[in-house]
Design a protein around this ligand. Structure first.
Ligand SMILES: Nc1ncnc2c1ncn2[C@@H]1O[C@H](COP(=O)(O)OP(=O)(O)OP(=O)(O)O)[C@@H](O)[C@H]1O
Ligand SMILES: [Mg+2]
Length: 389
């Protein structure tokens, strides 16, 4: 069928035509948005899971839902080389610029002034004016250079500004496992202070399965955050990820075709989008049949091998690839570090830097101490396929 109208969207963070199977998390977020309006703040949300399960699109949906209610929102992605200070400062700008107006109330003006000082703390030459003269306004002071002091001041003043506007403040952090230790601890502290004193602010973190442990190690009270493991789509809704986007384009899937694609995908959202896209292109008419699905899966697997998996494999050095190969024998379940060392006939300690580098590259994570696992579902099988060549 017409590739121009193809409704599937494989790719990091790409909004799916149908966001399937995340109703519980979305409902919980919506409840928290409403609770903030009556003065009750909730603990941060933490979305964690493997690569490609849909953490970023869910986090973005959280942001959209808050923005639809005119909240002040900032969504950032850690691990891009920028400091948390700069990421949050820049992400807030659009929301603040929307609110800024000469008739603004006292608290909003103060919040804007504080945001300006926060901006100045990482960017000496950058100037935000919001088209207003804020020089006589109280506020500011979020530029001591101490992250905890400055971030707390910024969040508090903006939360008060949001309250005056009868909205709230939402801070969303993607790839949170990549924050440095100090940044992570600071965010936990500020989020904790906000929850204790009922500031109208909500935090949401997303990241790899190691994130809950990393947060708990940063600050013990992170144990009270609200953790949601994002996984494969449930069997009773997974078909909708294929059928709803097609129906929007007046096409229909045969049950047998759905079964083929769902079976091949392991119900992982990324793979469903990839196979859905290829199956659509292979189908000849508005009825998508089993033959198209089989072709779609074959072509989709090719695409995944040459893109999704290959890109990650190529990011590893030769010695890192040897490490990954030694892990592949255990499938996607994870391997004891000692076992890997034995397979490579190396000392455990000598492999420490390789392991650390693979974690830093986001290719593996430590589900528990002394164990490593692939962050990508199906990586072990991909490596096995390469070894056959
Ligand atoms: N609930 C869903 N229903 C249908 N498709 C989805 C769903 N969630 C995500 N997708 C699709 O899956 C793919 C991966 O989504 P996303 O980038 O959000 O995953 P992620 O968990 O953030 O991955 P990574 O760890 O690599 O950042 C995208 O193509 C997206 O369109
Ligand atoms: Mg993501």
């Amino acid at each position: 069928m017409d590739p121009v109208r193809n409704p599937y969207s494989p790719g990091a963070g790409r909004k799916p035509a149908a966001l399937v199977g995340r109703d519980d998390a979305l409902r919980a977020w919506d409840t928290s948005l409403q609770r903030v309006r009556i003065g009750r703040t909730d603990q941060p949300f933490v979305l964690y899971g493997l690569r490609g399960v849909g953490k970023t699109v869910l986090l973005s949906e959280f942001r959209r839902n808050a923005a639809r209610k005119d909240w002040i929102v900032a969504q950032v992605e850690a691990g891009t080389g920028k400091s948390l200070r700069e990421l949050i400062g820049e992400a807030l700008y659009a929301s603040l610029a929307d609110l800024a107006r000469p008739s603004a109330g006292r608290r909003l003006l103060k919040g804007l002034r504080t945001a300006l000082s926060f901006k100045a703390s990482y960017d000496a030459t950058g100037t935000w004016g919001f088209g207003m003269d804020l020089s006589g306004t109280p506020g500011g002071g979020a530029d001591t250079g101490i992250l905890e002091t400055d971030l707390k001041k910024l969040i508090k003043d903006l939360a008060e500004a949001a309250a005056e506007e009868e909205v709230g403040l939402a801070i969303l952090i993607d790839e949170a496992q990549d924050l440095d230790d100090g940044e992570l601890a600071t965010l936990c502290t500020v989020a904790h202070a906000a929850a204790q004193d009922d500031w109208p602010v909500l935090f949401a973190f997303a990241g790899l399965p190691s994130l809950p442990r990393i947060l708990a190690e940063a600050r013990s009270y992170a144990e009270r955050f609200q953790y949601t493991r994002i996984q494969q789509l449930d069997a009773d809704v997974v078909a909708e990820a294929l059928t709803i986007p097609a129906a929007l384009e007046e096409a229909e899937w045969d049950d047998a075709a759905v079964e083929v694609v769902v079976g091949a995908s392991g119900r992982y959202p990324y793979f469903l989008q990839q196979f859905g896209q290829e199956t659509w292109n292979a189908a000849t008419g508005p009825r998508i049949d089993e033959a198209a699905a089989r072709l779609g899966v074959a072509q989709g697997n090719n695409q995944l091998d040459n893109g999704f998996f290959r890109a990650r494999w190529d990011r590893a050095t030769r010695s890192e690839q040897a490490y990954l190969r030694a892990m592949a024998a255990d499938g996607d379940n994870g391997s004891p570090s000692g076992e890997i060392a034995a397979r490579l006939s190396r000392k455990l300690t000598s492999l420490g830097p390789t392991r650390a580098s693979l974690i830093a590259k986001g290719l593996v994570y430590a589900p528990e101490h002394g164990v490593v696992a692939f962050t990508v579902p199906g990586m072990a099988a991909f490596i096995d396929r390469q070894m056959l060549e």
